[in-house]
Design a protein. Structure first.
Lengths: 243, 243
DNA sequence: GGGTGATCATAACAAATGTTAAGTCATGGG
DNA sequence: CCCATGACTTAACATTTGTTATGATCACCC
């Protein structure tokens, strides 16, 4: 795979969110990476590990998740191409959750040492990544609002709109149709409800003509209704460098 | 107020979590700050603002919260002395939630400009703060698990144990008794349930001899039962510099 | 020292969500 | 081609949680 394809999604995103110039990005592209493929459901990082690399999602979907002693599992975030789901391990050793491939995935691993060196030489790169982790935190807080306060019906609409906005940034939305390769059980784990209830809500959304979800692909049927349900205010994504 | 008292809680925490040496902390203590007092329920930062300072909680409790259009409110985090609840605004302009004083509070405001200068001169200080925001994010993820997967009964136990661990770090736990100055309605907003239901759960915990909450003060009655309910694994707080 | 408003407490009932169970539908492997 | 498997779908029923309402209690102010 060419270096271009490895970095493309991340660079697209960073250009929009931080206004990064090509020079800064060239330093990144010069970092040594090692590519590794993962299959659907394969664990990338396990709770308790102490990785010596950060990973960049080149292609495919991953989730962070946490399993509590009684076996229940919460999906903490959905990660898409261009995401750096464990940048935090640059500053503390232990992963405190799992990172699992949702679909077949290609990941690029970047050694902490090389990354830290680059950041030391180019503080601007560090600021960019710091910001990235801060937006990641803002997304977690919005998920907390979603799970804590919105009805499951609205909650699912919000989750889908957020994912669409993020996918759009990296060119993964075509004809208002995009991938969300979660099973109903996994969607439930992201929303804090059971798979049975997720099924009910999906049925309602289908019957109400809002959207359809088939084999991991979302089709929006009524954009206006969807917006109304999601009450989506994307400011928390901080898409513009100045916000 | 002396500079010592202003920085005491933050320094205590940073020494434990990052192993920061006195030298690094002296640079911090040299930063110009402006003190401001807030009364109970006063808003410190409002959703949408673009502050030019970060604030340090010197004394008292604050919460971050987010209100959705239908009026429901989610408390995103509880902040205690030593916390820096809006460090994120160093790297993006807009606050995407409210910051509200839970009790009468003293806050120290530190200008972005001075802070950024210090970080440029002392990258180690920047790394320490970056880490701090990463732990803040890890706490948000744990709250997501709490709200999404634990029963309300266990959820409240977990919230209380987490708060106790964090308060202990800054010397605010005496005789296993500590402050949690949230009304039942606010506790409900933190857990994603109504105040009526919060009241039910508190009654159950009282009847079961686990703990009592009176006028904002927690008394642990049965430590063993509390642990059992909370299933608390504090690794996500990353209290040790090496984890 | 009596009003006033917030908070706490509790009950009855309604609505949302979980549990269990069963059957259907796709898909890939032998 | 058929079987095995996982995912999806639905229903009946149980449990949790929300809603609404009503008093009780507490803190504070005039």
């Amino acid at each position: 795979m060419t270096s271009d394809r490895i970095w493309a999604s991340l660079f697209e995103r960073l250009k929009t969110t931080t206004g990064a110039d090509d020079k800064k990005l060239l330093f990144l592209a010069a970092l040594p990476v090692s590519l590794r493929d993962f299959r659907e459901n394969q664990t990338v990082l396990r709770d308790g590990e102490e990785p010596s690399e950060c990973c960049l999602i080149v292609d495919g979907f991953c989730v962070r998740s946490k399993t509590i002693p009684d076996g229940r599992r919460q999906i903490l975030s959905i990660h898409i191409p261009g995401d750096l789901p464990n940048l935090q391990n640059l500053h503390y050793a232990t992963v405190d959750h799992d990172l699992v491939a949702l679909s077949d995935c290609t990941l690029a691993f970047i050694g902490h040492r090389a990354l830290k060196e680059l950041i030391r030489e180019r503080p601007g790169v560090g600021e960019m990544f710091w910001r990235d982790t801060l937006v990641d935190a803002a997304i977690s807080r919005e998920w907390l609002v979603n799970v804590g306060q919105r009805s499951t019906y609205n909650r699912l609409a919000h989750l889908i709109v957020e994912l669409r906005e993020r996918l759009r940034l990296v060119g993964r939305v075509i004809d208002n149709t995009f991938a969300i390769p979660l099973t109903q059980e996994q969607l439930g784990e992201a929303m804090g409800v059971t798979s049975v209830h997720t099924n009910r809500i999906l049925r309602d959304l289908r019957i109400d003509g809002v959207l359809e979800l088939q084999r991991g692909t979302v089709h929006i049927l009524n954009e206006h209704k969807l917006q109304e349900l999601a009450q989506f205010d994307g400011r928390y994504l901080h898409l513009s460098p100045s916000s």
